[in-house]
Design a binder for this molecule. Structure first.
Ligand code: PLP
Length: 428
């Protein structure tokens, strides 16, 4: 089926034809693609074309599409009943396995999306501190709850009025409780904490920012931010919805020597299903209902099919950690695209951090949102479409991370580089 026809039909019944805005290709133009199936590193599009996938469901797929072990675990779980609204043994095993990899954290609660996880973490921080204000960084995305949709990067940046807010429908009274500062700027954090002394409940941050493209923390930034937050009596919420289990087993924060008070996880840990989690120390987490007075709930939270998939992925990552392979392959791809851009004389530089990367249409690598916004998004759009025509699906926006899975091979890497060489020479 051709994508034009599908998209026309979709637009009649779904706002903008998509169930999540960035899928609509608004940032790169053209008709969005539809996927019929995926296997390993490949997607088969609705028009029958096969492409190499560098989105991997925004990082939610780390073992590759339709992994046989995950597929079997899911089939077995589904055959035993898909949801009960009653606790299941799998949830206990999943929580135990996660907690075992999260030193200093005693409890985890499973929810259905990263948005919910961060919403819950923020509510917990407010409940625990008795304070209302939240500090977040410009260009970091923490899901689409009202209070966190200001200067939110990612799809909100593409869809909204240029990163100031995500647009309409956000009450001023709620946004007043969110203060924003540049990422990678600990002095700005110190100033805002000082100006609102005794009123900030939490500083929420993506340790490796991924929603303005790949922007890793500058040396010392996270350490200093953690110390300042603690000194102000506020809680540090590390939003590791992308980061957790993408760089190592467990949290990026712990690998970097940071101890968040609360952490949110999603994408990889969901095993390709709507599953995310918030974790923290018992004294904070036990404020959640039914123990405490911070309310949070969910009909499908800890869904047995999702938990089965998530458990299978977790076990596989633990028995054979893929992180060295993933980083080596990401390096091969990133270095290859970078070299191709230099050779073609195109101002496009690839920023890689371990297992993830972003081709920035700029000759300077950004350290914050202002730097990311200086990129030539029209050039990125030409690069994206040239790559797609040549069989490589990149993220349909400049302000995202590209992901590879453990199913991507060196041959895939070389095919991506060859496509980039041709695209940069001929289309950019
Ligand atoms: C994707 C993302 C979210 C939101 O997760 P959803 O499952 O899409 O609701 C929150 N925080 C970060 C850092 C993310 O990348």
């Amino acid at each position: 089926m051709d994508h034009e026809t599908l998209f026309t039909r979709a637009c009649r019944v779904i706002p903008g034809g998509v169930n999540s805005p960035v899928r609509a290709f608004n940032a790169v133009g053209g008709t969005p693609v539809f996927v019929s199936s995926g296997k390993g590193s490949r997607l088969t599009l609705a028009d029958g074309r096969e492409v190499i996938d560098c989105c991997c469901s925004w990082g939610a797929v780390i073992l590759g599409h339709a992994d046989p072990g995950v597929t079997e675990a899911v089939a077995r779980a589904a055959a035993a009943g898909t949801t009960f609204g009653i606790a299941t043994p799998g949830e206990v095993e999943f929580a135990e396995r996660l907690i075992a990899r999260l030193p200093g954290m005693d409890r985890v609660r499973v929810v259905c999306s990263g948005t919910e996880a961060v919403m819950t973490a923020v509510r917990l921080a407010r409940g625990a501190t008795g304070r209302d204000l939240i500090v977040k960084c410009e260009g970091c995305y923490h899901g689409h709850s009202d209070g966190l949709l200001t200067k939110a990067g990612s799809g909100a940046m593409t869809a909204g009025d240029g990163a100031e807010t995500a647009g309409d429908g956000l009450p001023a009274g709620i946004l007043r409780h969110t203060l924003t500062i540049p990422y990678n700027d600990a002095d700005a954090l110190a100033r805002v904490l000082d100006a609102h002394r005794g009123r900030v409940a939490a500083f929420v941050v993506e340790p490796v920012a991924g929603n303005m493209g790949c922007v890793p923390p500058l040396p010392g930034y996270l350490e200093r931010a953690a110390a300042l937050t603690r000194a102000a009596g506020a809680l540090l919420i590390c939003d590791e919805v992308i980061n957790a289990y993408r760089f190592r087993l467990g949290l990026y924060s712990h690998g970097a020597g940071i101890e968040p008070d609360l952490v949110t996880m999603g994408k990889v840990i969901g095993g390709g299903f709507p599953l995310a989690a918030v974790a923290g120390r018992a004294d904070i987490m036990d404020r959640l209902a039914p123990v405490g007075r911070v309310y949070q709930a969910g009909t499908l939270s800890g869904n047995p099919v999702a938990v089965a998939a998530a458990l299978e992925v977790l076990k596989r990552l633990e028995s054979d950690p893929p992180y060295k392979r993933l980083a080596a392959r990401a390096k091969r791809v990133a270095d290859g695209i970078d070299a191709a851009a230099v050779k073609a004389g195109v101002p496009l530089r690839v920023r890689r951090h371990a297992t993830v990367f972003t081709p920035f249409a700029s000759d300077r690598l950004p350290t914050d949102l202002a730097g990311a916004r200086a990129c030539d998004t029209a050039l990125y759009a030409r690069f994206f479409h040239g790559m797609l025509r040549r069989g490589v699906y990149l993220e349909p926006s400049q302000f995202e991370l590209c992901f590879l899975s453990d199913a991507h091979t060196d041959a895939d890497a070389d095919a991506i580089i060859a496509a980039a060489e041709a695209t940069l020479q001929e289309d950019c």
